[in-house]
Design a protein around this ligand. Structure first.
Ligand code: CP
Ligand code: NVA
Length: 303
């Protein structure tokens, strides 16, 4: 049966560790010059984008190349998801040509519809609701810095958005506490928080940045205005003043606290440039680890 990566809520702790363990292995061997171009030899991945991307596009394309396969970029103007023909038909047609579909969409329901109808695996490369590939790369990054995951506290400063949601999912699965400090009205999705809590996870939602940051192992932030929310950017800028990771805030974390951001960043807003270039910052490791984590996902789903 085909397996999708639409939401980490559908993946078990064991499956997530399988990805992380394989990613560690693939990364180590890649750095040592070992080639893995037999793994997906002759396989192809369609990459459907409704939104811009640097990391997701390049890391999936290079990941397929490293594994001996081929990736095909289909930008917003090419497919016109949901406009030129139905999402169902797009899923069925692409399934006749390629071995997997990676998609970046606005509505999460479009991702679910693609997955429902495609006969090949569908990988979520970001929707308005979730960003599971980011969370997998991030856990690889934290593992490299801390040597463990269970028992750590990840604190998210800013919007309860797609990145925050996937981090809630993965922290819950891997035994990490998740805290968020956000402006009132920008809390993460209540159903995602409740589901994580009812699985036994420690998820705290609050509005005080300094209180949330105290004794954190990771301080994570993301843009105040996500792709697709540009109309409300000005009022969001007002609401999010102070929801920022900088060197002052870093002092409140545990010794060795790590600064994280999925990128792209706005250095005059959610993250100070100084914090981003501090030795505590893992932001470029995160970007790199998208490649290794996604290669593991591709190898597990498409081989
Ligand atoms: N973090 C991330 O997904 O970056 P892109 O939007 O550049 O793909
Ligand atoms: N929350 C951001 C993440 C970008 C990778 C957005 O959706 O625009």
């Amino acid at each position: 049966m085909k397996r999708d990566l639409v939401s980490l809520a559908d993946w078990s702790r064991q499956e997530i560790w399988e990805v992380l363990d394989l990613a560690v292995h693939l990364k180590r061997e890649h750095k040592a010059g070992v080639r893995h171009d037999q793994v997906l030899e002759g396989k192809s991945l369609a990459m459907v984008f409704q939104k811009p991307s640097l990391r997701t596009r390049v890391s999936f394309e290079m990941g397929m190349r490293h594994l001996g396969g081929h990736a095909l970029y289909l930008g917003p103007e090419e497919i016109k998801l949901g406009q030129r023909e139905t999402t169902e038909d797009i899923a069925l047609v692409l399934s006749r040509y390629v071995d997997g579909i990676m998609a970046r969409v606005f509505g999460h329901e479009d991702m679910e519809e693609l997955a429902r109808h495609a006969t090949v695996p569908v990988i979520n490369g970001l929707s308005d609701l979730l960003h599971p590939c980011q969370a997998l790369g991030d856990m690889l990054t934290i593992l490299e810095r801390k040597r463990e995951l269970a028992g750590l506290t990840l604190t998210f400063i800013g919007d309860g958005n797609n990145v925050a949601h996937s981090l809630i999912h993965i922290c819950a699965k891997l035994g990490m506490a998740f805290r968020i400090a956000c402006p009132p009205g920008h809390e993460p999705d209540g159903a995602i928080v409740e589901a994580a809590r009812s699985s036994g996870a420690n998820v705290q939602v609050g509005h005080d940045v300094r209180e949330a940051a105290r004794d954190s192992d990771v301080l994570y932030t993301d843009v105040w205005t996500s792709m697709g929310q540009e109309v409300g950017a000005e009022s969001r800028r007002q609401a999010f003043q102070g929801f920022r990771v900088d060197l002052e805030l870093l002092k409140l974390g545990r010794p060795g606290c790590t600064v994280m951001h999925c990128l792209p960043a706005h250095y005059d807003e959610e993250l100070s440039y100084e914090a981003s270039r501090h030795p505590a910052s893992a932001i470029f490791d995160q970007a790199e680890n998208r490649l290794h984590a996604q290669k593991a996902v591709l190898a597990l789903l498409l081989a």
